[in-house]
Design a protein around this ligand. Sequence first.
Ligand code: FMN
Length: 177
Amino acid sequence: MRILVCYGSKRGGTAGIADIIARTLAARGFQVDLRPAAEIESVDGYEAVVVGGALYMSRWHRDARRFVRRHTQELRARPVWLFSSGPLDDSATWNEVPPVEQVQRLMARIGAQGHITFGGRLLPDAKGFIASKMASSLAGDWRDPRIIRAWAEGMADGLRAFERTPSHAAEDTPIWH
Ligand SMILES: Cc1cc2nc3c(=O)[nH]c(=O)nc-3n(C[C@H](O)[C@H](O)[C@H](O)COP(=O)(O)O)c2cc1C
C-alpha cells in the first residue's frame, strides 16, 4: 500500500512531525512518500493520504488547505487522516485539542478518518515581527515523538483493516472446511 504524507509548514516544525509519521508508517511496511503539500499535483497511485498543517492565528497552513480543496474528489475516495501542529505548551500532550473550525469543515468535505493536534515548535530566533515577539516568551518544542509515533501506529492498524478485502478475509478464514 502506497501512502502520501504531506504537510504545510512555515518554519519546519510541522515538516518534522510529518517526517516522524512517514518513518513510523514505513517501519510498518508501507511505501511512503513525504512531500510538501504545495508540490503535489496528483494523488493518483496513493491508497491513503495524511495531511498536516501548522496553525497560525487559528488557521491551518495555506498549503494544507489548498491541497485538500484542490483534491477533494480524489481524497473522498481514499482514507485520509489530518493533523494540526500548534500549541506552544503542554495542552496537546494531556488533552485532545479539537480541530479548528476551518479544519473541521475540510474534514467533513472529504470524509476524513480522523484528526489530531500535536504540540508545536517555535525557535528562539524565529523570524518575523509577531513570531519573534512571541518567541521571547513562548519559544520551545512541544512536539512529543512518542505521541506522534503512537498516532501513526494507530493509523497503520486502521490501514491494515482497509487492506483486508473480502477475498483476503476469505483466505484468512477457511470456513469451507
Ligand atoms: C504568529 C504565530 C501565530 C500562531 N498561532 C497559533 C494558533 O493560532 N494556534 C496554535 O495552536 N498555535 C499557533 N502558533 C504556534 C505554531 O502553530 C507552532 O509554532 C507550529 O509548530 C509552527 O509550525 P511550523 O514550524 O511548521 O510553521 C502560532 C505561532 C506563530 C509564530
